[in-house]
Design a protein. Sequence first.
Length: 498
Amino acid sequence: QTVSLHYFHSCAVGDRINFASLSDIAPCHVSLDPTSILPSTSDLDAVKKEFQVLVSRILVQHIGSLASHKKSVEWHISSQHSSEMSMKSKVVPLGVLLFNENKTDEMCSIMKSLHDYVPKKSYKLTYHLLEEDFVCHEESYHRILLGGDQLTACRSCGAQSARCHDDESNERFDGLIPVAEDWHARMTLMRVIWKRLFSTRSSADKGTLYQLENLLNRTAVPVDPGDNMKAAEDFLLVVLHSHVIAAAEAILSGAQATDVHSLARSIVDRYVCITVLSPPAVEAHTDDKVCSYATELLTLGLLWLNFHDSVKEGDGDRIVRMWKFNLLVFKAAKRKNYCIEALILILQVDHILSPRQAAQVKWCRTVNTTSRPGNNVPMDLHLEHLNRRLKTALRNMGSNVSTNSVTLAAKSIDVVNHVCEVFEKSTGHKPDSGLHSSPSFERDYKLVLKVLKEKEVFINKRTKRQHNAFKLHKNIFQQINYTGLLQWIKRMTDKHVK
């Protein structure tokens, strides 16, 4: 009989940046302007410039006349901490706690165990009252982050709320700051894209995601991206590359490309539809729904790619900026829980936490296991990799699995991995890369591009073309009720900023 075990697996990751010079005093809480939470026009300009960089990378890979421009393309978008983000992370597995985070009392036990790792300073305070001296023992905590997916962050906050009236700070878990991580947020963004642009009823609609999946025979691509994120993201990347080149050819109209940067700028300016604070007065592509579909796919695809790239570079400023745009997307798609987590993250960085803690939230979100730039992964994804190793070890135990064996296996993951690396290095055995095999990118890219060119998806026909399975009357940013959004932000900020 199969037994389902709900345990809590965790690891500790050392900071690669020294934040000792930053203040640990939280800002004074004042009335907040709800518009300060949303992306500003400067945020929009920054994102569009980043889109141009991403588009230029694609152009030089696939357009022959631009191949000589590869050296002028920025392959790693730099940040103020690029050198630190290129360093290898120090990761220490903390083992498995035999508690179920779905239960509040057991989540409190998890928090209590993790709180023991929080650095603290003990001191005495003497009070003179009624001609007597009273000595109180106090503890000051150097607060650290407790990251996880949306559910873990929410349950951590719930455990703190359940203990908020306790007299002891360690019983209130004051030293832990629950934070939502990026990989599960990226998965939610993928689900939004799939909900809007993927339909099993669109097999006859050329240029749609489902039709292209059938064309490429990508049977591993699921209806829900969460079932196979690797296959879904690989497929989306092929489709995105094809759409960028199709957009470039629509702009060039047979002419030869000479400047990759001006072409990238033209693609972003013409086909990327992102607005902040209010929808545009004139809606683009209202008649040609086929063109609207392609524009929506290109816009959301670049949002996903920029979020992905910012995490790979470990660029905290870009990551938080992308969370602001994710807030709009999640709100439009009615992804309530991740919309709340996006708002809380922005509040933490800009309004709630001290400068040191806010900097940690921004810059301590990734793990680099290779000592190379552009090789960071989200912390929650790295923990998924540790989970896979642990489950493989437990699976090999067969009927010998017990609470003791689970605990020992979790504690030994790092040591076993090091022993395997030393053995493989000494014997000259090439280790398994750990990467999934991928279908031919170039072959699939050409097939998709051929369909898009035949359909002329980026040429606005000014006629009522449409995909029968989709009724895209507005793009995702035009669907947002900004008045209602600002009212919701006001209610949530009053709740979380006290």
